[in-house]
Design a protein around this ligand. Structure first.
Ligand SMILES: [Fe+2]
Length: 377
């Protein structure tokens, strides 16, 4: 190893990388990483990497390096190129930790008494005030639910709202859906029957992330809306029945959605965990749970856990019950929040809900852009 000492700091150059002192002590950086991420590697207009590391004939290696103000300056061997690597980038990437993400906000579990505290925004303020959009997305990330009031009684009003967060994300039954009683229903939602607590389209390999339900008309008797926080319930199960929790979090089970022209199938876990092992969401739907094709003996343990969890989901402690009024749109995380509906009398009035979905990752992208983070700003 060649040791090169500069006036301002001690940098040691190795064969595959260099070591320099940083705030938390000596830090090692690989030469490929340093060369590939040279600030000149990125096009200022597209903000994409325009440098092609594959074209280098030999592995990158520093000929010399020194500290200069707030940058590490590297003169590369075998190449007429100098890199000025900002100290901020070096500090951020020195220890193999994931890049800080402003959208990685801690989830706040809520319970059946949450309705008065549900974040509320008017359609008009969201379409005119970016700060309110930021607050809306923050509520969606942290609590997974918000209500938008004073919606225009138009199809365009819902599209306009969804576009504040991202693109409308179609499912296999289209970009939008209209929930009212149908003469030949293909889905329990299209009847006046009760809808048990569920997440939508579990039979899709990647079920849509954020759901919008715009109440366009609601003058029927019954049909109260039910919402519960899957994070709160799953965490309670984890405390009360750790083995049951583990089974629901580790076992892939089949979901289906089948009719004349489609036969959608997927395998999902009832409880989803994030990379920290924390509950991040649910996939659950009794009306779309397929015949489980697991060894029957495994079901001796799985089914009791599933039933216990299903009963907990319906407990008053966890379920908000309210009537979404005409002109309101509830927006919620379809991977976290379970929703359902009490039965209603189809002849007592009109009930019409128009809905669509957007993507969770796109919502976080919009949030990051709004809070002003980003490497190129
Ligand atoms: Fe649904």
């Amino acid at each position: 190893m060649t040791i090169m000492t500069s006036v301002a700091s001690d940098i040691s150059l190795g064969d595959k990388g260099l070591t320099l002192p940083l705030g938390r002590g000596p830090a090692y950086f690989n030469y490929h990483w340093l060369r590939d991420n040279c600030p000149t590697s990125f096009d200022r207009k597209t903000r994409e990497r325009s440098f092609d590391i594959f074209h280098l004939e030999a592995a990158p290696k520093a000929k010399a390096a020194h500290m200069d103000a707030d940058a590490l300056v590297i003169d590369w061997a075998g190449e007429d190129h100098v890199t000025r690597m900002p100290m901020g980038w070096l500090e951020a990437y020195a220890y193999g930790e994931r890049r800080a993400d402003p959208a990685d906000l801690p989830r706040k579990a809520w319970y059946g008494d949450h309705y008065p505290d549900v974040a509320r925004f008017s359609h008009a303020e969201l379409t005119t005030d970016k700060a309110r959009v930021k607050a809306w997305l923050e509520a969606m990330i942290v609590e997974g639910v918000a209500v938008v009031t004073d919606m225009p009684d138009t199809d365009a009003g819902l599209t306009e709202l969804a576009h504040l967060m991202g693109q409308v994300r179609p499912t296999f039954f289209g970009a939008y859906f209209d929930v009212r009683t149908h003469i030949n229903p293909t889905n329990t939602a299209y009847t006046a029957a009760a809808l048990e607590l569920h997440t939508d389209t579990p039979a899709e390999e990647h079920a849509p992330g954020i759901q919008f339900l715009h109440m366009r008309a609601n003058s029927v008797e019954g049909g109260r809306n039910l919402f519960g926080d899957g994070v709160a319930v799953a965490n309670a199960l984890r405390r009360q029945d750790p083995d049951g929790f583990r089974l629901l979090a580790e076992t892939d089970i089949p979901f289906f959605c089948e009719h004349d022209s489609y036969d959608m199938r997927s395998y999902q876990r009832i409880i989803e965990l994030d990379r920290h092992g924390e509950v991040s969401g649910l996939t659950i739907s009794q009306h779309m749970l397929d015949l489980i094709d697991l060894p029957q003996t495994l079901l001796d343990a799985w089914y009791p856990a599933f039933c216990r969890f299903g009963k907990m989901l319906q407990d008053d402690r966890y379920v908000m019950r309210f009537t979404l009024k005409a002109g309101e749109c509830i927006v919620f995380d379809n991977h976290r929040i379970v929703h359902g509906r009490a039965a209603y009398s189809a002849t007592s009035g009109e009930r019409y809900v128009r809905g669509c979905y957007t993507d969770r990752a796109e919502m976080r992208s919009t949030y990051r852009a709004l809070v002003g983070e980003g490497r190129f700003k």
